[in-house]
Ligand binder design. Sequence first.
Ligand code: UDP
Ligand code: MG
Length: 310
Amino acid sequence: MAKKLSIIVPCYFEEESVPLFYEAVEKVKDKLVDVELEYWFVNDGSTDNTLNEMQKLQIKDPEHVHYVSFSRNFGKEAALYCGLREATGDYVTVMDVDLQDPPDMLPEMLNIIETTDYDCVGTRRVDRSGEPPIRSFFARMFYKLINKISDTEIIDGARDFRLMTRQMVDAILEMSEYNRFSKGIFSWVGFKTKYLNYENQERVAGKTSWNFWSLFKYSIDGIVNFSQFPLDIAAFVGFISSVISGLGILFIIARYLIQGDPTSGWASTICIMLFIGGIQLFCLGIVGKYIGKIFTEVKDRPVYIIKEKK
Ligand code: UDP
Ligand code: MG
């Protein structure tokens, strides 16, 4: 029997891209020998015609096209998780709808999965052309940092675009956490992954939903979700400052015994108090970040809510 390949496509305000994406994949379909395709479009709460476009495709190709529509915007991570849960294929791939993840690569990826013992074929951008230099700089810093402080390897430039075996998808589904950072999750579950390099592609239509600030927050989330190093920093800074202040106290007692008690040093006392106060707030902030994550995790709310599915 032919194997099934599920294609998961998260979409947020992508009315123009949805039909273009479908056409582009249908074009490479002939090269995907011996597999049947199954599309899972996930409408992540877009209020433009994205859902209409999905419905049109579903009516045109009801055997292969499925869609899920969320009750509001839950974010790409939630859309990916939903797609992975719905997909029934023996192989599963996740792709952006804006064709930044080229469907032309699918036959090669499928071939590797089928003929070698790799469990996953991922993709990596070799350049960051078309991106503001300052963003590239921060992105590089982020990958350097997170790989230093996390046990989970996060590959620089790796896209979410990947093709996985059913076994790996099932492992990912075991991770039902609320705070999802896919780059980390894909790596955390292990399995043998091969990376294919490709040149950065421009979007076919629409515009990116990321700005500098949202990327910054995303990177902080990635760190908090996959490393406890910031907590170690807080403990370390606290330890060092108490050692230093202990030495300071000894010094002052010694000076008092030798020199008497000259009333001086008011300004420096205030400076030190402010400094210590700042460090305390900083460390409290780090701890708070983790408590916030625990809070959302403990509430155990659903990662997404489906309004319509076909
Ligand atoms: N996306 C989504 N929900 C969101 C934001 C984005 O499902 O809240 C989808 C979007 O439609 C696209 C993919 O995630 O298919 C990647 O988004 P985008 O192209 O904006 O990111 P970039 O390629 O710039 O990293
Ligand atoms: Mg994109």
